[in-house]
Ligand binder design. Structure first.
Ligand SMILES: [Zn+2]
Length: 431
């Protein structure tokens, strides 16, 4: 896509100034990514590196176990028994980590090797992704497009002939945030140099680790304290952990220990505790004796709070229709039908729809019956207790439905219908 933000334009322009990969850099990748191979038949071996064929001196077992040196190119070959004439190992990613004009830059290349008997092996090295990380930890992606062919799970079928462009992050994290087997670390920004990153990047995809350190300086402390469980969890939840750090810091000070497999539970526990308004500086909450019990308790409280908020939101939403309802049904609001212990009245407000719905456990409120212009909703009480809710069609004056608790019929169902039908003229008169 075309650059849109200032940052994207800057990266786009710097990208065009970037020198191509050097011969040295390519050679490093080629040598580290692929092991030299040879293929043995009963009498001969061919070297997949230079393509030459030579006589086998040692036994099959010996060459399989220890390999053999190619007399032509001198490379030490790992030998398999096969009468193949061509060989293409799996494509490999190779990453060069460097800096360019104040950015931490990760250049991801794909290496493709092809070997054929009688010919020297060829290796293509094509740059597919560049990640430009600024000092604030914001990553801008430049990458080639991919061919998806509508296939599920294929996210790295790069269109190698196309140009790199600015990209948005993909649904699959691994598409651009690549953790290559072979990485050449050349230069780091000063902020990253002091973090003492090991050669395995603590098992965290390098660009995500860089982003974590640049965006959240406390990550350096976590590295020094060897809080690897938390760091690895943070890789996929950078901002969630970042936001909760002040509380996590207090918890660590009070001796909280992250155990393998429970970091997510703890962070979710903190996140929910914050949402329900707990004191996020109190060790009483931050260092629970029994995490699973505490987590369960917070889940319950949070669910209750969510339900309450949803109801409040619904009522607020419904109140918008109060005025309209009173206007639409004004002429019916005074109607009261009474026969013996049965009293039937028209619902007086949207608020009363909410009460009727809550008492009767049906959807008269949730399904917005107060909005239906052609329906009149009445409530029938027996001995002062809400018993059934009646929907009357204002065009035909027929009863559409009369429902009691949970949409069932009450024992007064037939009686109530009879009373409504017997008094239908009262309603017709005001219509
Ligand atoms: Zn050779």
């Amino acid at each position: 896509m075309k650059p849109k933000t200032n940052l994207q334009w800057e990266v786009y322009n710097l990208h065009s100034e970037l020198p191509p990969i050097t011969v040295n850099q390519v050679d490093y990748g080629k040598n580290k990514c692929f092991k030299p191979k040879g293929f043995a038949t009963s009498k001969k071996i061919w070297c997949a590196e230079c393509g030459c064929e030579f006589k086998r001196d040692d036994s099959q077992l010996s060459v399989s176990l220890f390999g053999v040196d190619c007399p032509n190119c001198g490379k030490h070959l790992e030998v398999n028994s096969s009468n193949c004439r061509t060989y293409s190992p799996r494509n490999e990613y190779y990453t060069v980590i460097t800096t360019f004009k104040g950015y931490q830059l990760l250049r991801h290349f794909i290496l493709m090797k092809k070997c054929r008997k009688g010919e020297a092996a060829t290796i293509d090295c094509i740059e597919v992704v560049q990640l430009w990380i600024n000092v604030k930890g914001t990553t801008t992606i430049m990458a080639k497009p991919t061919n998806t062919f509508g296939m599920c799970g294929v996210y790295d079928a790069w269109c190698l002939g196309s140009m790199m462009e600015i990209r948005n992050d993909a649904y699959i994290t691994e598409k651009y945030h690549i953790f290559s087997n072979v990485i050449k670390r050349e230069k780091l920004l000063p902020q990253l140099k002091y973090a003492k990153i090991d050669s395995n990047y603590f098992g965290i995809t390098p660009d995500l680790l860089f982003k974590m350190i640049l965006k959240y300086p406390f990550v350096e402390t976590l590295i020094k304290q060897k809080q690897m469980e938390l760091l690895r969890y943070m890789k996929d939840n950078i901002d969630k952990v970042g936001k909760l750090w002040p509380s996590i810091r207090i918890a660590l000070k009070h001796g909280y220990k992250f155990t393998k497999g429970h970091v997510g539970t703890y962070i979710d526990y903190l996140d929910m505790s914050r949402a329900i308004g707990r004191d996020m500086r109190s060790p009483k909450y931050l260092v629970p004796d029994d995490l699973h019990k505490a987590h369960l308790e917070v889940v319950k409280l949070k669910t209750k709070q969510d339900e309450k908020l949803r109801l409040e939101k619904n009522i607020k939403e419904a109140m918008k229709y109060e005025e309209q309802y009173l206007k639409d049904k004004a002429k019916y609001l005074g109607i009261i039908i009474q026969e013996g212990n049965i009293v039937i009245h028209v619902l007086q407000s949207v608020q009363e729809f909410a009460e009727e719905g809550a008492t009767m456990h049906h959807c008269v409120y949730a399904c917005n019956y107060f909005k239906k212009k052609d329906s009149l909703i009445l409530s029938a009480s027996v001995d002062g207790k809400r018993t059934e809710t009646i929907e009357l069609n204002l065009r035909t004056f027929e009863i559409v439905q009369s429902r009691s608790i949970c949409n069932k019929n009450s024992e007064y169902h037939d009686k109530i219908l009879k009373v409504v039908k017997g008094n239908i003229n009262l309603i017709k008169q005001v219509a």
